[in-house]
Design a protein around this ligand. Structure first.
Ligand SMILES: [Cu+2]
Length: 155
């Protein structure tokens, strides 16, 4: 609660005209009307049917934190949310069930942190393609997001 009050104060304090300040007064029923958006969605494709990794920045203009709770795609048989964790000198990835997008903030699903693990491609996918990934959130919002498929070097 303290955290929410603080972010409310900050957004009211810096600019009364910001989107965030307006959202504070929106009725709860409008919560699904689009506090969330995505930026820079892309897939790092790998050859030989190796699993691909999806990256995206999630932006939350609302005054409550929202969790990403489910990911799926028509293009892949299996999509999971993974997190890279380091144990001293080694790194491994673990499956996680949610990732929080802070109120009036962003969550970068980016190399070294979270990634979407995309496995079992349902058809041939190559750099230059676009695949849609459905991102579902704890507030009921769903973002059907086009991801640009890029080569392993990110081109
Ligand atoms: Cu992974």
């Amino acid at each position: 609660m303290t955290k929410n009050l603080k972010s409310l104060t900050v957004s009211l304090g810096c600019a009364l005209s910001t989107f965030g300040a307006l959202a504070v007064f929106a009725p709860a029923a409008n919560a699904a009307a689009g506090a969330l958006s995505t930026q820079d969605a892309w897939v790092r494709w790998l050859p030989n049917d190796l699993p691909a990794a999806g990256y995206v920045t999630l932006k939350n203009d609302g005054d409550q934190p929202v969790d990403l709770v489910s990911v799926s795609s028509d293009a892949y048989g299996m999509v999971m949310l993974h997190q890279t964790v380091s144990n001293g000198s080694t790194q491994k990835m673990v499956m996680v069930h949610k990732a929080t997008v802070p109120a009036h903030g962003t969550l970068a699903i980016a190399p070294g942190g979270y990634h979407l693990m995309l496995e079992k491609a349902k058809h041939k996918i190559a750099p230059g393609d676009t695949v849609n990934v459905k991102l579902q959130f704890s507030d009921g919002e769903t973002l059907d997001t086009p991801f640009a498929v890029k080569s392993p070097s990110g081109q």
